[in-house]
Ligand binder design. Structure first.
Ligand SMILES: [Zn+2]
Length: 468
């Protein structure tokens, strides 16, 4: 009898799950849904044009109201926050000014990973939600829940608003060269998505395929290419020696998802002969920041989320000091992330940009938490300087620093033809000088360094646990 019941329940669950999938498919192709998505996009984009040059006071008032609304909502509709706010003895009514946010508990990636269902709002039916997965590069895979209707439209409106500073207008031909997306059985490395977008996989980019990539991109004739800086760097290496502008109508390269180092910016400007525009964001969608027409400092988008840059004791750092980017996103009520520790580090900058936007500024993104070496005594040393030394020394195809033991780092290198022993010795010497011999570097020559599952190439792989 028990078995019969269990089998019956299982069948009903399967049927329900099947019906939900069918409904999602129908909805996705429903013109009414597309109209709603368009209307959400249009509303957010219009609002961002109106709020772009708000005064500091207007920004603070907006952010206070958004935080208050979110805290009240989270406490009443999201089980995780009801539980933790009660544990901390802090209620939404205690939030009376922006600085009061520091009373509320911080949220780590591990907490998000372990409390996925409790972080999901009770106000949504499951059929209205979708899950996306992220976190491959930090080693903490996360499942993020979003609204099916609207989440992508809102995000696109925010992104397009920032890209406007690089000259982008919706509908202009855009080539996307990122991890992605194409089934392993897919014959081509590219796929057209609508009339004005082409998505390419970065996995197949190498010296054998570079001409195919060049031909396909030239035929598409994009005004913009969106890509990871590491992919564009490899692309630039593969086309080095070409003096003509490789893509004649290219207005800008839009660099996303990774630090853009100054040596990369120079290399890309020289190789592609166009504007280089960088913006910073995450799949978790709590913080979005972009350069502007006047400055390469990142402007934190105040309508997207509230950002705190905190030291290891949870206090705000001063201008010029480095702290962890910790943010509260305003755009996802299905799965609110409040005071979420991103594991990215940045230096806040003072002053106001000459572009006229009163946004909070970031001097530089200092690198992800994993971008630190551990010396033999357990101290952390920023790894970002080491890559510049190596890049200055020679012309390498690919490289990657890997640390598995304190005080020791292996530099994997994919050589090009001209690389010799003399250069190898010079690299090791300059690295030892840079780190006062606190780190022992050794070289390992390999045939390839494959990209990660998400298509990015990491310059640093830290396998040791880091304590800040
Ligand atoms: Zn500016």
């Amino acid at each position: 009898m028990d078995n019969f019941l269990t089998a019956n329940i299982k069948k009903k669950k399967e049927l329900y799950s099947f019906l939900v999938t069918v409904k999602k498919r129908i909805d996705d192709h429903n013109p009414l849904y597309n109209q709603k998505r368009e209307s959400i996009y249009g509303g957010v984009y219009k609002f961002l044009q109106e709020s772009e040059y708000w005064s500091k006071d207007e920004i603070e008032t907006y952010q206070f109201n958004q935080l208050k609304k979110l805290l009240v909502y989270a406490y009443t509709s999201v089980p995780y926050y009801k539980k933790t706010f009660d544990q901390y003895g802090v209620l939404p009514e205690n939030f009376k000014c922006l600085d009061d946010i520091s009373m509320f508990p911080l949220l780590t990636k591990e907490m998000v990973r372990d409390n996925c269902s409790d972080l999901t709002s009770l106000n949504y039916r499951p059929s209205k939600l979708k899950a996306s997965y992220t976190g491959g590069t930090t080693g903490i895979p996360l499942r993020i829940i979003r609204e099916r209707l609207g989440a992508e439209s809102k995000e696109s409106a925010f992104i397009h608003n920032i890209w406007k500073r690089a000259g982008y207008k919706r509908g202009e031909p855009l080539a996307v060269l990122m991890g992605a997306v194409l089934d392993s059985g897919h014959k081509n490395f590219w796929i057209k998505s609508g009339r004005n977008k082409m998505v390419m996989s970065s996995y197949r980019l190498n010296e054998k395929t570079i001409d195919d990539y060049l031909n396909v991109i030239r035929e598409f004739n994009p005004s913009f290419i969106q890509a990871y800086p590491s992919t564009l760097t490899l692309f630039a290496d593969l086309i080095s020696g070409k003096t003509e502008k490789v893509f004649p109508n290219l207005k800008a390269l839009i660099c996303v998802s990774e630090n853009l180092y100054s040596w990369q910016r120079e290399l890309l400007e020289k190789s592609f002969q166009c504007k280089i525009f960088s913006h910073y964001g995450h799949s978790e969608r709590v913080v979005l920041a972009g350069e502007c027409e006047a400055s390469s400092k990142y402007h934190i988008q105040p309508e997207y989320g509230y950002v705190e840059i905190l030291d290891k004791n949870g206090n705000k750092v001063k201008e010029g000091e480095t702290g962890e980017i910790t943010a509260t996103g305003f755009t996802n009520y299905a799965f609110p992330l409040i005071r979420y520790k991103t594991m990215d580090y940045a230096k806040p900058a003072g002053g106001v940009c000459s572009c006229g936007r009163n946004h909070q500024l970031i001097e530089s993104i200092e690198g992800r938490a994993l971008d630190y070496y551990v010396d033999a005594s357990g101290s952390l040393l920023p790894s970002t300087g080491s890559i510049m030394l190596v890049k200055e020394s020679c012309n390498l195809r690919k490289l990657q620093f890997i640390q598995e033991k304190p005080g020791e780092v292996v530099l994997k290198i994919v050589k090009n033809g001209q690389f010799d022993d003399h250069e190898a010795k010079a690299i090791i010497q300059s690295l030892h000088d840079r780190y006062n011999s606190k780190i022992s570097f050794s070289l390992e020559f390999v045939n390839d360094i494959p990209p990660l599952q998400n298509g990015k190439t990491r310059y640093f792989v830290q396998k040791l646990p880091l304590k800040f």
